[in-house]
Write a protein that binds this ligand. Structure first.
Ligand code: FAD
Length: 360
């Protein structure tokens, strides 16, 4: 029996900030489109952030296209304020988000792509925008002995607040902003050890995430102008010295050690033979693009990414598939609120051109 199949000009997969930004530009060009989102509610990955999370840039630097984020109570927006903004944003523009829909597979069917959800619903289209983010694909490194470790393990993707760790010996693994921020609050209720592969890089106390956006913008300009970026010192993932992290430094807990060589049943062992016991490990080791729905098209490369053309947003092997919001390889700062706009605009410009030329 044939499942019911809807036909639309564009299917956007993912209803987080990237998918909504694509929707903003799509609604102005008169093509039919849907945004399919696996979550039960609006806000994408922000729904799963920890409770104390505040953005590292003010509202004006945390907006997606069109309607800017309203002024917030404190200088840096809270998780709740970001969720409220994104929920109101999709309502304001009446974006056609359908949820929950988990897209499982995309396949080619003649001149069309067939988009299949896990509940049997199907869409056919000539243009797919994949904006599925990274939250559904947390990354944990492999370690000898990890299977035998008897303690609690949690990835930052699922961390919400420090109370469950009260009184425990907790290892926090990872040198980025997640590691620093989770360490800052867990260290108030538990005995923490911070483990990082490289020496953590801290921004100066008197700057915030805007410095990181400035770096990303310079990279983007250089790419547009076909020159080497005039890259200021430091990377895009440097730790922003938000007040809880400054406080952790004052308390003396913002000190990291190198990773162990193996796990044991009760903890970890280092190269010099020394051992430490831990009750819990919190992995703040990042994410990979959530691209399993594109595996059937054979697009995912050995690095778990998709080969994109010079514009960074279009698949080379399957030009009817656009990628949006996955971070550096897919556009400098494209995995941030303010950074995704220029790439969403570019994706929709290309789709417009494609349809003007009888796309597909
Ligand atoms: P997501 O928000 O993950 O949205 C993707 C959506 O696609 C989700 O709803 C998901 O359920 C859905 N989906 C996935 N797979 C499928 C599928 N197969 N079918 C259907 N739907 C699917 N950025 C800033 O600008 N400022 C900050 O201060 C900042 N702080 C951050 C702090 C932390 C701790 C983290 C982790 C990130 C931070 N970011 C910040 C980065 C960034 O803004 C977020 O990662 C952002 O959520 C990425 O948005 P997105 O729309 O690309 O992906």
């Amino acid at each position: 029996e044939e499942a019911q199949m809807d036909s639309v000009d564009v299917v956007v997969i993912g209803g987080g900030q990237a998918g909504l930004s694509a929707g903003y530009f799509l609604r102005r060009i008169g093509l039919s489109y849907v945004i399919l989102d696996a979550e039960a509610s609006p806000g994408g990955a922000w729904q799963h952030a920890w409770e104390s999370l505040h953005l590292f840039s003010p509202a004006g630097w945390s907006s997606i296209p069109g309607w800017p984020m309203p002024a917030t109570r404190e200088p840096y927006p809270s998780q709740a304020e970001v969720l409220d903004y994104l929920a109101r944003y999709e309502h304001k523009y009446a974006l056609p988000v359908i949820r929950p829909v988990q897209v499982e597979r995309i396949s080619r069917s003649g001149s069309r792509l067939r988009v299949e959800a896990d509940d049997g619903r199907q869409w056919q289209t000539r243009a797919v925008v994949s904006a599925t983010g990274t939250w559904r694909h947390p990354y944990t490194p492999e370690y000898e002995g990890l299977d035998a470790f008897g303690g609690v393990q949690l990835h930052s993707a699922h961390y919400s607040h420090p109370e469950p760790f009260a009184g425990m010996r907790v290892a926090i693994i990872g040198s980025g902003n997640s590691g620093a921020q989770i360490l800052a609050e867990v260290s108030k209720v538990a005995e923490t050890t911070w483990i990082t592969q490289r020496e953590p890089a801290f921004l100066a106390d008197d700057v915030d995430g805007r410095v990181l956006f400035a770096r990303a913008t310079e990279k983007w300009r250089a790419q547009q102008e076909g020159r080497e970026p005039d890259v200021p010192q430091g990377g895009f993932g440097d730790i922003v010295m938000v007040p809880p992290v400054v406080d952790a430094r004052r308390r003396g807990v913002l000190v990291s050690m190198t990773p162990p060589v193996r796990f044991t049943a009760t903890g970890m062992q280092w190269a010099d033979g020394s051992e430490r016991n831990f009750d819990a490990v919190i992995w703040c080791t990042g994410f990979r693009p959530a691209l399993s729905h594109l595996e059937g098209l054979g697009l995912v490369n050995a690095q778990g990414r998709i080969d994109v053309d010079d514009t960074k947003v279009r698949s080379v092997a399957e030009p009817s598939v656009w990628l949006l919001g996955y971070g550096d390889w897919n556009g400098a700062a494209s995995a941030t609120l303010i950074g995704v706009t220029r790439y969403a605009r570019e994706v929709v410009r290309q789709i417009t051109d494609c349809y003007a030329a009888a796309c597909g």
